[in-house]
Design a protein around this ligand. Structure first.
Ligand code: NAD
Ligand code: LMR
Length: 339
């Protein structure tokens, strides 16, 4: 019989904003079960809401208690960002309005952008020294930029935005087209913004060990595929009648898990890559400071952009278009006085 040593480790404090909403609800039970930080890592959950969302968060906390998760060291519920981020090691910024049919994610900038400055400032004021922030609320990249700009004393590399959902969509759709298992797909990259301009790039992807562009029709890979991945969020809204929830929660959990525990290596010893929106230092010509999606690996608790991949003219144009949109969003939030 194995002896459970969970209690020997200090709990990690995970702050979830929007904990009374859909994605928060889908995420918190998996986090408390150990899916994000591992089966031996106790967690303390901080549920941060606005007053209207407090009952939802309270109800969810009651259900958490009813699960009696051995790893759950405690749950706090608050509508005060200062208390919500105090000592936070992981901050998952989900709370904000989702788009509805007919909207682009960028249309949420004015409605949601104002949330992220005060939350960034509260993270800067009170979070733990090792805080890692993932922004899920849309438009995620630019909201992450806003939060980061309000926390000048926190290393910029600790602010990220979620494009893992796009990455997972891109992997799933490629596997289906090629008729292989998801586990046989490697090297897919999402570049740019979590928006309709994003570029799911198969230039360096492989399917069962062979170049993806040989395994599927290249005109599909550089046409309908890109469109389908980039507009998958809208497709879900259309079919489900509401924006993605469980797949978004799953992607956010995978993003944090890989960030903290590492992306590791495949059986052949090659580092496993994924996609995440991180602050650019000018890699691949993306202007410094923008929060853009890149091919990344993580080890030692830090994301590292995979450099040196060849970028052909087609890819260069697609990346450029998405980055131009990120620049326009940055300029718009400057105009609005949000940064
Ligand atoms: N990046 C991605 O891949 C991705 C994927 C799916 C959804 N999203 C985005 O995630 C966000 C949340 O989606 P949802 O379905 O959970 O929405 P939801 O409406 O179900 O829940 C949002 C919750 O956030 C709370 N909230 C609002 N302002 C807040 C604040 N200042 N502090 C704390 N909480 C606050 C609300 O009270 C509500 O309970 C949306 O912006 C959506 O577009 C992003
Ligand atoms: O598309 C949306 O508005 C929700 C989310 O960003 C998604 O990609 O599913």
């Amino acid at each position: 019989m194995t002896h459970d040593t969970n209690t020997a480790k200090a709990p990690v404090t995970v702050t979830l904003t929007g904990a009374g909403g859909q994605i928060g609800y889908a995420a918190m039970f998996r986090i408390a079960a150990g899916d994000m930080l591992g089966a031996n890592q106790p967690v303390r959950l901080r549920l941060l809401e606005i007053p209207q969302g407090m009952r939802g968060a309270e109800g969810a906390a009651m259900e958490l208690a009813d699960c009696a998760f051995p790893l759950l060291a405690g749950v706090d519920i608050t509508d005060d960002p200062g208390a919500g981020f105090e000592g936070a090691n992981i901050a998952m910024l989900i709370g904000s309005r989702p788009r509805t049919a007919g909207m682009e994610r960028g249309d949420l900038l004015a409605a949601n952008g104002a949330i992220f400055g005060p939350q960034g400032a509260a993270i800067g004021a009170g979070a733990a020294d090792d805080v890692r922030v993932i922004v899920v609320g849309n438009p995620a990249n630019t909201n992450a930029l806003i939060a980061q700009q309000h926390a000048p004393d926190v290393p910029a590399s600790r602010f990220t935005a979620l494009t893992r959902l796009d990455h997972n969509r891109a992997v799933g759709l490629l596997a289906a087209e090629a008729g292989v298992a998801v586990s046989e797909v490697d090297g897919v990259t999402i570049w740019g913004n979590h928006s309709a301009t994003q570029y799911p790039d198969l230039s360096h992807a492989t399917v069962a060990g062979r170049p993806a562009l040989d395994a599927v029709d290249a005109s599909w890979a550089r046409g309908a595929y890109i469109e389908r991945v980039a507009k998958r969020g809208a497709e879900i809204i259309e079919v489900r009648g509401g924006s993605s929830v469980a797949s978004a929660a799953n992607a956010a959990i995978e993003h944090v898990r890989d960030w903290v525990l590492g992306t590791g290596t495949a059986a052949d010893g090659v580092p496993r890559r994924t996609s995440a929106a991180v602050v650019s230092h000018g890699e691949y010509g993306v202007p410094e400071g923008l929060v853009s999606s890149f091919p990344v690996v993580s080890h030692g608790g830090d994301w590292e952009i995979v450099e040196g991949l060849s970028v052909d003219v087609f890819s260069r144009e697609r990346i450029g278009a998405s980055v131009a949109e990120l620049e326009a969003e940055r300029d718009a939030v400057r105009e609005l006085g949000l940064i």
